[in-house]
Ligand binder design. Sequence first.
Ligand SMILES: [Zn+2]
Length: 204
Amino acid sequence: MSEEVKQGRPVCGQCGKPAVMMIDEIPLCIDCEYKFQQSRWMVFAQNAAMYNMADRQMVAVTGMPHLSSQIDIPNAPVPPIHYNNQNVTVQGGTVGAINFGNVNDIQVNLQALTQHGEIGVADALANMTNAILETHELAEAQKNELLEQLAFLSSQATAQPQERKPGMIKSVLGAIGEGAGAIKSIADAWGAVAPLLQGHFGIG
Ligand SMILES: [Zn+2]
């Protein structure tokens, strides 16, 4: 049980982690609030896509000039990165001995991935980043090393295929796999993101 829970701070009504906000009088943690926003976005995006399709069909059927307007679908919410139950919003620099320059790079890349509809990869990369930041079983130097490797992979994931460095990608994938293996929370997060990244990069 974490310090916050013991001190009587409200806990998330969904998962029991420390809550950071209330929605409809239900306390939610950072991750559950994101899931809530994401599901609302999905409903909106589906409805808007159906409206837009109906709009195009009416135009096609009537043969009239297209005077109606299509709904702009906003970008999906970007998965949050957090440290000590706070959303990470710092722009680079260090907090304690953690290099948040790498974390900031990852955040920018998650935003780009989300905008390109790669929500599954972005989610899994955010979970991996959070697992590294939150574990108490790694020294800060090891955390920085993993974050640097993850920042590299996330930037390669946003690059055009012809601009990627496949040799480097393979060796970093292997290095993280070895570094992640010893710690369960990180190994679990890596187990989820590694196959998605391999698929994204087209390597088996
Ligand atoms: Zn929660």
